[in-house]
Design a binder for this molecule. Sequence first.
Ligand code: DAS
Length: 359
Amino acid sequence: MRVHFSIQQLIAGATLAALSALTSLAQAQVPKPNVVVLATGGTIAGAGASALNSATYAAAKVPVDKLLAGLPELANVANVKGEQVFQIASESFTNTQLMTLGKRVSALVKQADVDGVVITHGTDTLEETAFFLNLVVHTDKPIVVVGSMRPGTALSADGALNLLDAVTVAASKDAAGKGVLVTMNDSIQSGRDVVKSVNLKVEAFRSQWGALGFVIEGKNYWFRAPVKRHTAQSEFDIDNINELAPVEIIYSYGNVPRTGFDALAKTGIKAVIHGGPGNGSVADRIVPALQAMRSAGIQVIRSSRVPEGFVLRNAEQPDDKYDWVVAHDLNPQKARILAAVALTKTDDSKELQRIFWEY
Ligand code: DAS
């Protein structure tokens, strides 16, 4: 049977084909976002002796250029440039590394030709760095911190997909204004909330308040947004900070002696984070040690060693009477970061408590 097309149908078909070709051409010409990857070391840059070494390896060995060259899929997502800021395992980070990294990120996000920043980082203190950047970098541009639990040399290594996801999120307009983010194991976590909760599995990072979303096959799926102050809304700005305040943590447990508390009190710290059991509980024999610290002008901040929940003010400890601060839901290591930043602006305990409620 012969099919007859009218002149009009032929013209319509040709027009549609031309439009489709023009659309593909236009899409091909849409400039890709520019993402800078700042490499600091960690397992994501690690190397093991064999594919079976998923936990036995040397961290911080592979340079950023090699990391990026090993992931050609990045070119489909963004124009990516790498910088090797450090090459260390993150348990060895100090406040100096935090400041150097923070100032570099702050400089990059001010550049019109930078749309997002990724930081490759060891997993051990990743949650501290992510929270620090969340507090002090003034931008709405996406900043994504990423690590891996297995080195790239291992079977089922997780670093490549984590890094691709991090660049995908950093290149995404819908990731703007959500604070510093962490992409691990398909999840998009808040840099404020995320903690390393398992020390040997790829599903190592979680937030007690849940992930912000997922990134699957190059697409972001968002389910919530942070409510605590961060980045562009923060009253803290890395550009106005020269040095973090000295703040230390002391862990409490049954039988804990005063020794550590009394020793810390003589080191010139501005605040002590008490990592207590339960609701940040303080043993009766330790209360006078903390009161002595407070009388010496050291801020006392009660956190908890319990992974979930938050420390309630004036519950089992008379915080008003002792002029102590509670760390809200922040674990001791995150409470240290917030205190070290906050004390660059205020030494007033009521102001500190406001800050711990708001950030
Ligand atoms: N030592 C760990 C670190 O650098 C390795 C890792 O898990 O990234 O944090």
